[in-house]
Each structure stands twice: as structure tokens, then as C-alpha cells.
Design a protein around this ligand. Structure first.
Ligand code: CUA
Length: 327
């Protein structure tokens, strides 16, 4: 009966593994890589995990062996040899091999991009995204990245207020965004699809509500998206547009093609084409936009935007409907 705790443990092992591995796929998993750099990180993880598991198994085996082992004491010489080989030589060789493997992955992470550069600035609590296109033109948007598959894209990362951290687990490792400094990371998406990026550095009360969508597209579709995004807003003027301007929204937000040219908050020019609002936290539909305008401080505590619940509900509904039509 001495073995029963071990048997119990072994019986539950598959259940535990199944639960843990269920979290390993999906749009925000470093273990389900969709990019060159994420593949390297995942490879490093599996190699380190396997080595650690192997070392653990060997050590447990040795401990069991020793606990049931022989009655005779070791000779002085035998004990010394065991300590030198088992305590110094083997760990040094193993750790050196793992270190060399890890360092060998690093040069690829610092190699140059293929021409497309995206400046991303962390703000409390959203992402200002500024594409620097190979022809020298620029495109400012917010909270959603679109990237062409198979191209190495260079990200220039900084922050407006406090330290944030830029992380798209499916595409690569994270990088701090620091006010006054510009950090660089190069990512190469290798699989089409929609992924999720997050802020990985505590930056205030809504840190956990600071996410963004990443859409990896075919190069032709990406070019078409860029062209559409560079055009001014395509929504008709109307009551919603007039209220947006009259209530001062344009002091903080830009909607290209209208008088709204504020740069404090996110650019809203093509808001309706984004997959989510509020930096990756809500469905993009007029009802959600309306709720966000009225209750932003409840939805996103500490955000720089005040809630506009003092406006009549019909007004914010009209503004939200107009914003929801900005294709
Ligand atoms: Cu931004 Cu955490």
C-alpha cells in the first residue's frame, strides 16, 4: 500500500494535463505560434521543458535509488567522484548546452525588417498605431493592426505616459514601451488569421482592458486595406456627424474628411471596419459605442475620456450610429 499516493497522482495526471493543454491553442497563445519569432520562443520553451523534465526524472530516480539503496557506506574516493561528476561536470555541460541553444535563437529576433515599419505608442489605455509605408506616406489608426503574411515588419515602440508592454503572443515575444525611448522589435507573421495582442506591463487601473486585434492578411488584401484606410471617412454627413462636432468630440478625436482633428484620443476615421472597440474589449456595434460614450469610466476605469452620460440619450445614440457607419 506504500505506493498508493503515487498511483493516485498518476491517475489524475492525464486529467490535469488535458486541462492545462486545453489552454495552449487559440488567438492569444505563445504555444500556438503563427509567426517566425513565436515559433522560436515556443521551440525554446519545449526544449527547456523537456530538459527540465528529463533532469527531474533522473534526479527522482537517483533519490529513490539512494533511499532504498545499499547499506554499505561510500568510499571517500567514490563519494568525491560522485560529487565532482554529478554536482559539477554534468550540470555545467547541460546548462551550457541549453544556454547555447537559447542564445542561438537571438540573432533572428534582431534582424532587419522588409520595409514596412509601424510605430506603436502605448497610451492609458489604448494603442496609437502609425504605419510608415515604404513610399514615405503615413497612416494613423488605433487599436487594430493589420499585417501582410510572410513579411518581416519592424515595430518602433514607445509610450505616452507610463510604461506599457507590447505583446502579440502568437507572433512573438513582448517588448516594453517606455516614455522617451523607442524600442524595436521585428515580427514575421506566417499564418493568416486573427490574433490578439495585449499590454503586458501593469500601467494603471485598466491595464487588463488594453488589448488589440491583429489581422494577418494576404499581401494583396493588405494593400487594398491600406488604400481604403488612407481615404477619408466614407460616412454621409448627418445629424450624428453634426452632434459629434457640436459636442466637442473632435477636440480629442480625428475623423479624416471632417473638421474633427483632435490627436489626444484614438483616430476614429474608419471605426466601423475594426473588429472591436475600446481597445479590444467590446463588440463593434452602435449599441456598444453608445454605451462606451456614456459609461466609459465604468467600462474602463481611469481612461482619459470622460463619460458623456449628461448628454440626452438620443444624442449619443445618433453619434454612435454615425461612428458605427464610418467605413
Ligand atoms: Cu498598458 Cu498595461
Amino acid at each position: 500500500m506504500r505506493n498508493s499516493p503515487v498511483r493516485l497522482w498518476l491517475a489524475f495526471l492525464p486529467v490535469g494535463l488535458a486541462f492545462s493543454l486545453a489552454g495552449c491553442s487559440g488567438e492569444q497563445s505563445a504555444l500556438d505560434p503563427a509567426g517566425q519569432e513565436a515559433s522560436a520562443v515556443a521551440r525554446l520553451f519545449w526544449v527547456m521543458l523537456s530538459a527540465a523534465a528529463l533532469i527531474w526524472a533522473v534526479m527522482m530516480g537517483l533519490a529513490l535509488f539512494a533511499s532504498r539503496g545499499r547499506e554499505r557506506p561510500w568510499t571517500e574516493r567514490g563519494a568525491m567522484r560522485l560529487i565532482v561528476i554529478g554536482g559539477a561536470v554534468i550540470p555545467t555541460l547541460l546548462l551550457a548546452a541549453l544556454l547555447a541553444f537559447g542564445l542561438g535563437l537571438m540573432p533572428a529576433l534582431r534582424s532587419p525588417g522588409d520595409g514596412l515599419r509601424v510605430a506603436v505608442r502605448g497610451e492609458q489605455f489604448w494603442w496609437r498605431i502609425d504605419y510608415e509605408l515604404p513610399d514615405g506616406s503615413r497612416l494613423v489608426t488605433a487599436n487594430e493592426l493589420r499585417l501582410p503574411v510572410g513579411q518581416r515588419v519592424e515595430f518602433l515602440l514607445t509610450a505616452q505616459d507610463v510604461i506599457h508592454s507590447f505583446w502579440i503572443p502568437a507572433l512573438g515575444g513582448k517588448m516594453d514601451m517606455i516614455p522617451g525611448a523607442t524600442n524595436r522589435i521585428v515580427l514575421e507573421p506566417q499564418r493568416l488569421g486573427r490574433f490578439r495582442g495585449v499590454c503586458a506591463e501593469f500601467c494603471g487601473p485598466s491595464h487588463a482592458l488594453m488589448a488589440f486585434t491583429v489581422e494577418v492578411m494576404e499581401p494583396a488584401a493588405f494593400e487594398a486595406w491600406l488604400a481604403a484606410e488612407q481615404a477619408p471617412a466614407a460616412a454621409p454627413e448627418g445629424q450624428g456627424a453634426a452632434l459629434f462636432l457640436a459636442r466637442g468630440c473632435g477636440a480629442c478625436h480625428t475623423v479624416r474628411g471632417t473638421e474633427a482633428d483632435g490627436v489626444i484620443g484614438p483616430d476614429l476615421t474608419h471605426l466601423a471596419t475594426r473588429h472591436s472597440i475600446g481597445a479590444g474589449i467590446m463588440e463593434n456595434d452602435p449599441a456598444a459605442i453608445d454605451r462606451f460614450i456614456r459609461e466609459v469610466q465604468e467600462i474602463k476605469p481611469g481612461a482619459r475620456m470622460p463619460g458623456f452620460s449628461m448628454l440626452p440619450p438620443e444624442e449619443t445614440a445618433l453619434i454612435a450610429r454615425w461612428l458605427g457607419s464610418l467605413k
